[in-house]
Design a protein around this ligand. Structure first.
Ligand code: SF4
Ligand code: SF4
Length: 115
């Protein structure tokens, strides 16, 4: 099998402004744990061992941040969410911030009482 054939195995989608997952090559050790947590297989291992994964299919990303939450290395991967995904709310009593989809979300609001 020729090297040319091997080099064509990974053909990612073209990068678009929708690029929410950003790796820090200074901190990422290429363990690829984040790839295991991506349910839509948007991430691919870097062919260079020890380098950050590749966001091969950015338009498939659901922005839930499972990859960033699973990463054991602080700062190795961060989410830079598009503006329409930054909706959040603040709990008045405690000042806590929440966003849909992250594991810090609050308990669902109780249903309104019927009169
Ligand atoms: S971002 Fe984190 S989990 Fe993913 S390869 Fe780098 S160190 Fe491993
Ligand atoms: S945010 Fe979710 S869908 Fe997007 S790359 Fe990370 S794990 Fe995959």
């Amino acid at each position: 099998m020729s090297d040319t054939y091997n080099a064509a195995l990974l053909v990612g989608a073209p990068l678009t402004p929708n690029r929410a997952v950003v790796f820090n090559a200074e901190k990422c050790n290429g363990c690829n744990k984040c790839i295991d947590y991506c349910r839509v297989d948007a991430l691919m291992p870097n062919p260079v061992k020890g380098k950050p994964p590749i966001l091969a299919y950015p338009d498939e990303c659901w922005f839930a941040g499972c990859c960033a939450a699973a990463c054991p290395t602080p700062g190795a991967v961060v989410m830079e969410l598009p503006i329409n995904q930054r909706a959040a709310w603040k709990r008045k009593e405690t000042g806590e911030f929440f966003r849909v989809g992250l594991d810090a979300h609050p308990e669902p609001s109780p249903l309104p009482k019927s009169s």
